[in-house]
Design a protein around this ligand. Structure first.
Ligand code: NAI
Ligand code: MG
Length: 335
């Protein structure tokens, strides 16, 4: 039987890179039944009044599995982030972002294998209490962290680390300044770490973590942190291996999982057929891992590595002269 999959092509470079990823899937022996839906600007352009239309919600509720392109979020005024709304609606509490060195990049490092596990629904991104005073001179937002959210994500990170045979979990926090919120996260982290004495556990203050990641990234293994810090740290990690065009991410909940690139819709290069499709193609590999189709996932990763090492058709973001479609074809030929 074929596996139902909701596909959101997204905005900007989204449709091109998602089409590339679908071609890769179609070249494997896996059978998906695609249900295409639109959200964000694409949905509004198609005449919807809500950037997260009911039809999209219904589809995701039915399939529980999403392959998603980046969705543009208006800055300042305008609707709330559809990405944040979807993560919240489907309780996709864990954002898992692997940083794995690939051949053929301009990165200074060739030996990195870091997984950032980011709390994905709360903290500074919970969207609560956002107000600006009438005169526009004072702004507020509420950061909310609960014990249960913290337990959920921390346990997820330790379980994942154990299941994948990892050695160390680093908790990144700012409990020295944000004593209540980050303090609670750290307290729960210490409690949970005690249950996993087979894993090394360390704590690091997030700004020092950023510095250490740049100076000695090979010392990191699994990093677990809150929403805002995880957003920033995981982009930093993407930079360490050659950029956002190479960084996939998984949003995991108990009943639903959504796979996407770490990056956004890249309006600066949209419509030029030069966006790197690798991040969303590697996100499809994460999706296959999630479905226990490990061999197929590994085939994709091998084909990506091969095409990167070959270097003939890589895209400009990593120093090549190739196109989105051309690099996807280079991967497909190796499958
Ligand atoms: P961005 O990630 O779209 O772009 C940052 C820089 O990286 C740009 O120079 C871009 O050209 C480059 N880049 C990103 N992906 C690339 C790729 N595949 N190949 C080659 N170069 C690539 O971040 P930006 O510009 O801050 O955000 C643009 C829009 O995307 C915003 O509306 C933002 O809200 C949205 N966004 C959506 C996300 C999602 O849907 N999950 C995640 C991050 C941002
Ligand atoms: Mg981000």
């Amino acid at each position: 039987a074929s596996t139902p999959l909701t596909v959101i092509k997204g905005d900007g470079i989204g449709p091109d890179i998602v089409d590339a990823a679908l071609k890769v899937i179609d070249a494997l022996d896996v059978d998906f039944d695609y249900d295409y839906v639109e959200v964000g600007q694409a949905a509004l352009d198609a005449g919807e009044t809500d950037p997260l239309p009911q039809q999209a919600i219904d589809s995701i509720e039915r399939t529980g599995l999403v392959l998603k392109g980046p969705v543009t979020t208006p800055v300042g005024q305008g609707y709330r982030s559809v990405n944040v709304a979807m993560r919240k609606h489907f309780d996709l509490y864990a954002n898992v972002r692997p940083t794995l060195s690939l051949p053929g990049t301009k990165s200074r490092y060739d030996n990195l294998d870091i997984i950032t596990v980011r709390e994905n629904t709360g903290g500074m991104y919970s969207g609560q209490g956002q107000t600006v005073s009438e005169d526009g001179n004072r702004a507020e937002a509420l950061s909310v962290i609960t014990r249960s959210e913290s337990e959920h994500i921390l346990r997820f990170a330790f379980e994942m680390a154990r299941a994948r045979g990892r050695k160390k979990v680093t908790l990144a926090h700012k409990a020295n300044i944000m004593k209540s919120t980050s303090g609670l996260f750290l307290k729960v982290g210490r409690e949970i770490a005690e249950e996993y004495d087979d894993l090394e556990y360390e704590e690091v203050i997030v700004d020092a973590c950023a510095m250490k990641l740049v100076m000695a990234p090979e010392k990191f293994d699994v990093i677990v942190t809150t929403n805002l810090f995880g957003d920033i740290i995981s982009d930093l990690c993407a930079g360490l291996i050659g950029g956002l065009g190479l960084a996939p991410g998984a949003n995991i909940g108990d009943d639903c999982a959504m796979f996407e690139a770490v990056h956004g819709s890249a309006p600066d290069i949209a419509g030029q057929n030069i966006a790197n499709p690798t991040s969303v193609i590697l996100a499809t590999a994460l999706m296959l891992d999630h479905l226990d189709l490990d061999d197929q996932a590994e085939r994709i990763r091998q084909a990506v590595r091969g095409a990167m090492a070959d270097g003939d058709r890589t895209t400009p973001d990593i120093g090549g002269e190739g196109s989105t479609q051309g690099f996807a074809d280079a991967i497909i030929e190796r499958l």
